[in-house]
Design a protein around this ligand. Structure first.
Ligand code: GDP
Length: 454
């Protein structure tokens, strides 16, 4: 593999920048540009895990001074010889140094190239490599804990447990099918179903926690909806803790979609305060209403706000119907007023309901626990190893389907041969999930989402 280099820190001014070189020629490339001051040895003469202070020079001219760290294969991030140069964190100076390194015959690293090499050199599984990406993009402690446990291998071990069970089963099936006349003990049907059922149960648990994990990592796209004047803006401001959207007494003043992210417990809600969904002749407002409808359809979570100080209206009923079957919580607002609202009429459209007074700031904790309950956060521990992305989810789903089909086929009296083929398909999906058996295209796709320099 060729030797590659990239700037591993963000393209911005900062205290320091780090340039990373990895590959067979990393040390000789460093020798060409780095003149040590703190010691005599050239980079190629240095031991792994050691560093030196010195100048970065181009044709006799000093570009910058910095610290060079040597990692020797296989004890490095990529498993190859790696050199990291910490220089001053200016955009121009860092790019000059990178250009100098590249002009010596080193290639520019592609997106995620260092982590890809780590995977190809057996330093980490595919799920661990994906976790590196999640750690970089984590924006909350629970999301970070999910990613850390993924990197540490929690998911890998959970998958491996199922996969190992299936492999053992496949082994005994193969032996029995291939050498039926020998003294190999017959595989009993109940043994096969026991392994399949255990594997399916483990995959069930994993797949069930996918949604909780996704919401913890990415946050929930949340639509606050309701007819005009029920208190949507007031609720949004309460959640956001600042005056982002217009609160007014005139119906239909929140014309556009205002966005804000708030953290509720372990969950980030990406809120959009939308114009009330109602029929209107006002064209400017109708654009807002149209966008609000689209928002509602695309939302992960719907907070449907009602004014309990007034009677239920046709619009309230229509909104409730749109919430049926969705992740929707009814927010019964204005609890400080005299109650005129008969919620029982529409309660079956919602997963849950909470009573609040947005204006008085009452009931927020009830809303937080309703949201956490909705996403099954109570049985969810970020470090138990969760499926972290759609690729992993679909592999697990496919594996579960194959094992279910194998179980059905077995019960229907199919031959062990036919059952074996189905189990084998499922096993392949699991191996694809961990990256133990996966196509180049999948690997390329995974790493293309990385930034350059990681
Ligand atoms: P939106 O049109 O749904 O965004 O409603 P607003 O947030 O603009 O609120 C409409 C009116 O209801 C404003 O006068 C608010 O002060 C008032 N309001 C909002 N929440 C409450 C509440 O909990 N109690 C009472 N009494 N009034 C509220």
């Amino acid at each position: 593999m060729s030797t590659v280099a990239a700037i591993s820190t963000p393209r911005a001014q900062g205290g320091i920048s780090v340039i990373r070189i990895s590959g067979e020629d990393a040390l000789s490339a460093a020798d060409r540009i780095f003149k040590p001051i703190s010691r005599k040895a050239l980079p190629s003469e240095m031991e792994g895990y050691s560093c030196a202070y010195g100048n970065i020079v181009s044709g006799g001219e000093v570009l910058d001074d910095g610290v060079l760290t040597v990692f020797r294969a296989p004890k490095s991030y990529t498993g190859e010889d790696v050199v990291e140069i910490s220089c001053h964190g200016g955009i121009f100076v860092t790019e000059q140094i990178l250009r100098l390194i590249l002009s010596g015959g080193v290639n520019a690293a592609g997106a995620g190239e260092f982590t890809k090499r780590a995977f190809l050199n057996g330093k980490m599984s595919l799920t661990q490599a994906e976790a590196v990406m999640d750690i970089i993009s984590a924006d909350g402690s629970a999301g970070l804990r999910c990613a850390e446990s993924l990197r540490e291998g929690a998911l890998f071990r959970r998958i491996k447990k199922v996969s190992d069970g299936m492999l053992k089963l496949l082994g005994s099936l193969a032996a029995w099918v291939d050498y039926p006349d020998d003294d190999i003990p017959a595989v009993e049907e109940y043994e096969i179903s026991a392994v399949l059922e255990a594997g399916i149960a483990d995959l069930d648990k994993l797949l069930n926690s996918y949604e909780s994990g996704r919401i913890v990592r990415e946050g929930a796209d949340t639509a606050i909806v309701g007819r005009p004047n029920v208190g949507k803006s007031t609720l949004m401001n309460l959640l956001a803790g600042c005056d982002r959207s217009i609160v007014s007494d005139t119906a239909g003043t929140t014309r556009d979609v205002v966005e804000e992210s708030v953290r509720l417990g372990d969950i980030v809600l990406r809120l959009s305060d939308t114009a009330g969904i109602h029929d209107t002749d006002d064209t400017v407002e109708s654009i807002g209403v149209d966008r609000a409808r689209k928002k509602l359809d695309a939302a992960d979570l719907i907070l449907a706000v009602f004014d309990v100080g007034s009677e239920i209206t046709a619009e309230d009923r229509e909104l409730a119907e749109r919430c049926r079957g969705r992740n929707a919580i009814a927010v019964l607002n204005k609890s400080d007023l005299e109650q005129r609202f008969d919620f029982s009429e529409i309660s079956d459209c919602f997963r849950d309901s909470v009573t609040v007074s947005a204006e008085k700031g009452e009931g927020l904790e009830r809303l937080v626990s309703a949201v956490e309950k909705l996403y099954g956060m109570s049985g969810f521990a970020p470090d138990m190893g969760v499926l972290a992305n759609e690729r992993q989810r679909s592999c697990a789903e496919r594996a579960r389907l194959c094992f279910r089909e194998a179980l059905d086929a077995l019960k229907a009296g199919a031959t062990f041969d036919a059952v074996t083929i189905l189990i084998d398909d499922g096993e392949n999906s699991l191996l694809e999930l961990t990256g133990e058996k996966t196509s180049e295209a999948v690997v390329d796709e995974v790493f293309s989402r990385f930034c350059v320099g990681k």
